[in-house]
Design a protein around this ligand. Structure first.
Ligand code: GUN
Length: 297
C-alpha cells in the first residue's frame, strides 16, 4: 500500500491567516475597526511561553491589535479576575485568551467563566461550550476548529456517515471536537482511559482523532487501512538516539506512532507541523469573528 498522505498544517494555516489578514484590512478600511486580542499568561511554564509569544506575533502579523499580560506564578484570584474585568470592558480588546494550564491554586473554571462569552475566543466558557453541545452558533475552541478544517481538506466529499473515534475527553479538545464531528453528521465515539478494547475500537474508525497526551500511544495496527488520523498530541520525550538522550535533549512527538501510521493510514497529520499550526490561525479567525459580532457587523 502507498504511504499515507501527510496533512501539513503549514499550507492550510497560512491560507487561513492570509484570509484573516485580508478581512482585518477590510474592517479597518471600511469600518474603522481593528480586531484586538489580549493573551493572559500566569507563571513561567516554558511551553506556554512559546505558545503565547507565537499568538502575539501572529496576531500582529495579521494587522490586529495585540497585547500580552504576563503575571507572576504567585498571582491570586482577585488580581487575575480584576484584570479579566478590565479586559472585558476594554473596547480595543475583542478577544481574550487565558493560557492554560494555570498554576496550582488558581481556580481555572472560575477564571474562564469570568470572561465575557462574546470575547471568549477559546470557546471555553460554559456558555460557549453549552452552545456548541446544543448545536447553537458561538465561539468554538481553536484546536478542534483547526482539526475540522484539516478533515474537510482531506474529505472534500464530506464527512457525513463516517465513523469517528476521538481518543480523549478533555474540555479543550476531546469533547468539543466530538461535538463538531457530530454536527458534521459523523457517528462519533469518545474513548478515554477507562474504555475497554481501545485498539479494536480505534480500528473501526474512518476518522481517528488522538488527543490523550500520551506519546505514540496509538500504534499502526490500531488504525483501519486508509483511515484519516488527526494527531493532537504534543509530548516531550527523550531522543531515540542514546547519545542525545544521555545529554538530556528532548523532542516533541504526538499521540500517534507516526512512522507506523504512515504505512497504514490514508492520511495523517505530523506532530509537530500539523494541528498545532492550525490552532493559532483559528484563534485569529475567532478574534475577527468576535470583533465583527461586537460591532454588529
Ligand atoms: N493550552 C494549550 N492549548 C491551549 C488552548 O488552545 N487554549 C488555551 N487557553 N490554553 C491552551
Amino acid at each position: 500500500m502507498a504511504e499515507a498522505r501527510i496533512i501539513e498544517g503549514r499550507a492550510l494555516s497560512d491560507a487561513v491567516e492570509a484570509e484573516v489578514a485580508a478581512e482585518v484590512a477590510r474592517l479597518k478600511a471600511e469600518h474603522g475597526l481593528q480586531p484586538g486580542l489580549a493573551v493572559v499568561l500566569v507563571g513561567d511554564d516554558p511551553a506556554s511561553q512559546i505558545y503565547v509569544r507565537s499568538k502575539g506575533e501572529r496576531s500582529l502579523a495579521a494587522g490586529m491589535h495585540s497585547e500580552t499580560h504576563r503575571l507572576p506564578a504567585g498571582t491570586d484570584m482577585e488580581t487575575l479576575l480584576a484584570l479579566i474585568g478590565r479586559l472585558n470592558a476594554d473596547p480595543k480588546v475583542h478577544g481574550i485568551l487565558v493560557q492554560l494550564p494555570l498554576p496550582k491554586g488558581l481556580d481555572e473554571r472560575r477564571v474562564i467563566d469570568a470572561l465575557d462569552p462574546a470575547k471568549d475566543v477559546d470557546g471555553l466558557t460554559l456558555i460557549n461550550a453549552g452552545r456548541l453541545a446544543s448545536g447553537f452558533p458561538g465561539l468554538t475552541p481553536c484546536t478542534p476548529l483547526g482539526c475540522m478544517m484539516m478533515l474537510r481538506d482531506v474529505h472534500p466529499e464530506g464527512l457525513a456517515g463516517k465513523r469517528a473515534v476521538v481518543v480523549g475527553r478533555s474540555v479543550l479538545v476531546g469533547r468539543p471536537i466530538a461535538q463538531l464531528l457530530l454536527q458534521a453528521d459523523c457517528t462519533v465515539t469518545i474513548a478515554h482511559s477507562r474504555t475497554r478494547d481501545l485498539a479494536e475500537l480505534c480500528r473501526e474508525a474512518d476518522i481517528l482523532v488522538a488527543a490523550v497526551g500520551r506519546p505514540r500511544m496509538i500504534k499502526g495496527d490500531w488504525i483501519k487501512p486508509g483511515a484519516t488520523v488527526i494527531d493532537v498530541g504534543i509530548n516531550r520525550v527523550p531522543f531515540d538516539n542514546p547519545e542525545k538522550a544521555a545529554a538530556g535533549k528532548t523532542k516533541v512527538v504526538g499521540d500517534v506512532a507516526y512512522k507506523e501510521a504512515l504505512k497504514v493510514a490514508g492520511a495523517v497529520t505530523p506532530a509537530p507541523g500539523g494541528v498545532g499550526l492550525m490552532t493559532v490561525a483559528c484563534l485569529l479567525a475567532n478574534t475577527v469573528q468576535a470583533a465583527k459580532a461586537q460591532a454588529g457587523l
